[in-house]
Design a protein around this ligand. Structure first.
Ligand code: ACO
Length: 279
């Protein structure tokens, strides 16, 4: 199923996995103002959509995203500071606020060029699977700006400083395998396997209890910048939040299926959610 109310993005739903597609292939999916506004609208809609269990962010054609649109986002708004401000806020909001704190798991499926500002949404997704053939470049230095918005911040949070410095200061291109080596993405696979590997990960995640998964992914992000005392408190509160939100009662069902029913081993997979629901 797809939603036709958008022009610069496309939404394809398939068995719980929703492909959110940057859809300006003729412009290599460069982000123009309209795309920022549409993404900012679509993400909360999908967050509330019962048919969407996982969001996979990808690009139409053979590109993930060629960064901000140099014509429409930069030059076109040079003399319009009010609109630049509005679009700038939408641009940061859909990626740094919405994607980073999303209530459902997100996977960036990097199918080709990922340039400049395109790094932000890739890094804001919980997971990133890229094609070996993908080409990454922090091109900003090549045309007169630094990796702004929050690109430098997200990059520095994700990879070691020597790597961030090298790629930001040279704009040098690198492929999926190198991106995996430096810990910037989850996994690099041949382009021909990209979709299958991404869907396999999505299906693996869908087996888990969604409230437990939500709290876990948010916690992994949040504790990075906390000290031990803060993290301990935060994780205790987050654990209590699971109990409050989880109508499936994963905790009791998981323990029961292991200790009493002896029907699964937590080491090797999730408890049976369907069985738990029917009891
Ligand atoms: N902004 C605006 N238009 C773009 C952008 C962009 N970021 N990227 C591509 N396009 C347009 C091209 O101008 C061209 O338009 P036209 O057909 O009207 O001439 C069309 O998309 C196709 O682009 P080509 O360059 O012909 O495509 P090719 O496949 O040969 O190269 C590549 C793709 C490598 C991505 C190249 O387009 C490129 O270097 N783009 C700029 C990437 C960039 O530096 N982005 C800004 C990063 S900084 C930031 O985001 C803050």
């Amino acid at each position: 199923m797809s939603d036709s109310s958008y022009e610069t993005i496309r939404i394809d739903k398939q068995d719980g996995i929703t492909f959110l597609v940057m859809n300006r292939p003729e412009k290599r999916n460069a982000m123009n103002p309209q795309m920022h506004y549409e993404m900012d609208r679509a993400l909360p809609e999908l967050e509330a959509d019962p048919d969407t269990k996982i969001v996979v962010l990808t690009g139409a054609g053979d590109t993930f995203c060629a960064g901000q649109d140099l014509r429409e986002y930069f030059r076109g708004l040079d003399d319009n500071p009010a609109e630049r401000r509005r679009v700038g806020e939408a641009s940061e909001r859909w990626r740094n606020r919405r994607l980073s704190g999303y209530n459902k798991p997100t996977i960036a499926m990097v199918n080709g060029y990922c340039v400049g500002g395109g790094f932000t949404q890739m890094l804001c997704c919980d997971f990133a699977i890229a094609a070996d053939e993908a080409i990454f470049s922090l091109s900003e230095v090549n045309w007169g700006i630094l990796p702004g918005g929050l690109v430098s911040k997200k990059l520095s949070d994700a990879i070691l400083p020597r790597h961030a410095m090298l790629y930001a200061c040279t704009g040098r291109t690198f492929g999926g395998k190198r991106a995996e080596e430096i810990g910037m993405i989850t996994q690099s696979v041949p382009l021909a396997e990209l979709r299958k590997v991404t869907e396999d990960l999505a299906r693996e995640l869908m087996e888990k209890n969604p409230e437990v998964l939500r709290a876990t992914k948010q916690a992994i992000r949040a504790v990075r910048t906390m000290n031990d005392d803060q993290a301990f408190d935060y994780l205790a509160a987050k654990s209590a939040e699971i109990k409050l939100r989880d109508k499936e009662n994963a905790y009791s069902n998981g323990i029961k299926q292991f200790l009493d029913d002896k029907s699964y081993k937590p080491t090797f997979g999730a408890y049976d959610r369907e069985k738990a629901k029917s009891e």
